[in-house]
Design a binder for this molecule. Sequence first.
Ligand code: NAP
Length: 910
Amino acid sequence: MKIVFFTTAHNSLSQRAFVELVDRGHTVVVVIASSEEVMLEAVEREHPDLIVAPMLKKVIPASIWQHYTCIIVHPGIKGDRGPSSLDWAILNGYEEWGVTLLQADAEMDAGAIWVSRTFAMRGGSKSHLYRHEVTEAAIQGLLETIAKFESKTFVPEPLDYSREDVKGRLQASIKQADRAIDWSEPSASILRKIRCADSFPGILDTVLGIPCYLYGAHEEDVLRGTPGEIIAKRDGAICRATGDGAIWITHLKQKGTDGQPSFKLPATHVLGDCLAQVPEAPLAVDQAYDGRTYREIWYEERQAVGYLHFDFYNGAMSTDQCERLREAFLLVRQRPTKVIVLMGGTDFWSNGIHLNMIEAADDPAHESWRNIQAMNDLVRELITTDSHLVISALQGNAGAGGVILALAADFVYARKGLVLNPHYKGMGNLYGSEYWTYLLPKRVGGEKAQELTEALLPISSRTAQQIGLIDEAFEEDAASFREHIRKVAQELASSHRYESMLEEKRQTRKNDEERKPLQAYRNEELQRMWMNFFGADQSYHMARKNFVYKGLLPYPKRDDAGFERGSGSFLDGARQFAGDERYRTGGRVEFVAGQDTGWHYGEQPARANYGGRASMTAEILDGRAMSAEIKAELRGEVRRYVEKQGQAPGLGIVRVGGDAASGVYSKAILRMAEDVGINARLEQLAVNTSADELRALLVQLNNDQAVHGIIVQMPLPAHLSQRMVVATISSSKDIDGISTRSAGNLFLGLPSFLPSTAAAVMEILERTHTPLEGRRVVVISRSNVVGKPLGMMLLQKNATVTICHSCTTNLAALTRQADVLVAAAGRARMVTDEMVKPGAVVIDVGINALPDGGIVGDVDFASVREIAGAITPVPGGVGPLTNVMLLKQCVQAAWQLAGEKKKFKTAALR
Ligand code: NAP
């Protein structure tokens, strides 16, 4: 069957349902149902047999549910209705709860019932229950529903509150006031309040005077204090006394001020120095401890087997956590055991590097680097262990580097029903490390490794076993899985083949090392990661920011609004659209799974390859390759310049204050400049620098014979005017074309420096030999950094130019006439195939962050590539050329200042 999912997020339940149905041969299209239009459009396109809503907060339009069977998965018992089902069940301490699959109807959650299942409630947070009991019941219920649907004879049972088995009722949405904490209450009651809001939205409280949402609550049996008092800290968590004991809280999210969003971090990180007087309560990894408490890493030993547990919140592993786990592993390795079992945690095995901690760092690029190195150091210890056999025992889901971490062991076992995401690329094109280029092909072969890393889709533990990614999947629930693992580990330790297996392992490692040293894999991966973290392409940083802030990026400060967008840099763009409500709902994310292969596969629609859909026609214009080509040319040009002038071209980057993101951007330019041989230096000024001081620095750079190009990072702090900057920078050094003189020269058709993004578009058109003379070019943008300058440049190339903007009527009628279409509106996927003339060249300047962390352009790549003649992708199109154009103009400026005006011009002026 073809099944469309309407879901608010492709969360753990949605992913699990996806893999289960794909494993059973169904075609599943996951639609992030952000609006009615998205749902209507998906149905019109896909004509599904069945629609399933695994986790939908929106109402399905009547025109859909009247014509298609739409099944809603509701996390409540029969008759329960309302948005806070599970929250109430936990808060009220119910002993039994359930999941009901019902048909969408005019009234929310009141449709006829297909299946309802119940389960016994355990302790644990809402997300813990959701990942285990709710998901299991929902999946079983969904499979039963599909069987009933296929039978074509089943009639769902109308909701009837007079029936005895209908015990649920309509419940109001839960409010913060319903869960407000009084710390003199007993621990059990406080735990229920925190847990019924964990992981979302979190319960609001005040900790040491700071308003914070609380997460990750654990019982504590020994420590005691005055109710409300913070009495201890351990591994990032704080212990707070209650009316009858104490509880641990691992994570806090500070309530944002001025409506600014924030994100979860370890409690001690948020409270920082406020905890100076609070004592540490260390608990050694191998210290036996009977009572209930909180510990992240602990070790237990039974006979010849050592079990190392690491239960990191959400499976994220920071630099510090990786280092502590590595130290624990080294300790465990010294024990006279035979087998080490890496147990992970019950909810997650691992999800790789800790994006929240990275985002919170002063220098996220640097912290990303430290974190991946720490992960690699840990993985290396696992791979090179020759004293023990090592088992990875996955009780919970794993993603990205977390999956690879598991593969570093000799045996990998997983609980049935897990979802694994063995890929990195979805996080802004992250290449990934953890020796995956060694470990993944070793397990599944090169071709499958490629498929897994490119498809960016979740797979079930069943599929993982089929393709050899793991050795075996067994047991549905975590407790049975742990028991089973103990048996497997004991058998391995007492196997008569133990010594020969160990010897075989040593030999294989030795052979592998001779073939290609581990360090070589690491170096190659890290080279790519370096580019992700410090290179010109900011996709990873944007995607991480978006992921961490859950799509609600911080607003630009009120003061920033007064500034024109000068540099047209990616980061400025990001800050601009971050505050725009229209970006908050974002676009659609779709995944398509094919039914024509043995195991599931599927791709984002960009490379959709299913169901007899028309094959793609457009040539993909590869911005990265062009950028590499230009850099190579630049190196040669810089060499010639140095030979002739006796010094390298010089670049001055001025940054006043600035956030971490703009720091990353500066570093990226510095690195790229260094790479091509330009002498670049960063002039970092304090945030309170006066206008006179800034002007003085610019004048000094204007007069500095060693500096040929000047860039000032925007936005500036509120007290400094951009106008002063553009008036002060010497037009002969204005390599980002921001000055009125540069703009005027461009307007008059005189030689000038150009805004780098517009110049990048022209460079692509030139390098791809796109004819412009007499052609109709439509540009969607009239901004000062893209649309207006681009219009001028295109006119100079004798194109017939139409500039469109937000007030343009019947945009599609105009864009359909374009031989060349440039989209730079900053509106995710606004240009669809119906707006494009067949065979047109489509240049996508837009960079739009989606709520799920992905980045898309202004063009709906999937549909447009099937009609256009050529198209730039996002990321990997215009973006990579923008910085390189700055450097190109810097070299051009150097030649001009040396009196050699004809040398090395940008495409627009050739
Ligand atoms: P901007 O100043 O907001 O300009 C957007 C332009 O698009 C405006 O002229 C606007 O019209 C027009 N527009 C917006 N919505 C429209 C609609 N629905 N129909 C027609 N026109 C519409 O943005 P920007 O700074 O130029 O950036 C534009 C995009 O390019 C962003 O996604 C940004 O991230 C990206 N960008 C990429 C790079 C790069 O690749 N390196 C560099 C810079 C920017 P009005 O003027 O009438 O409002």
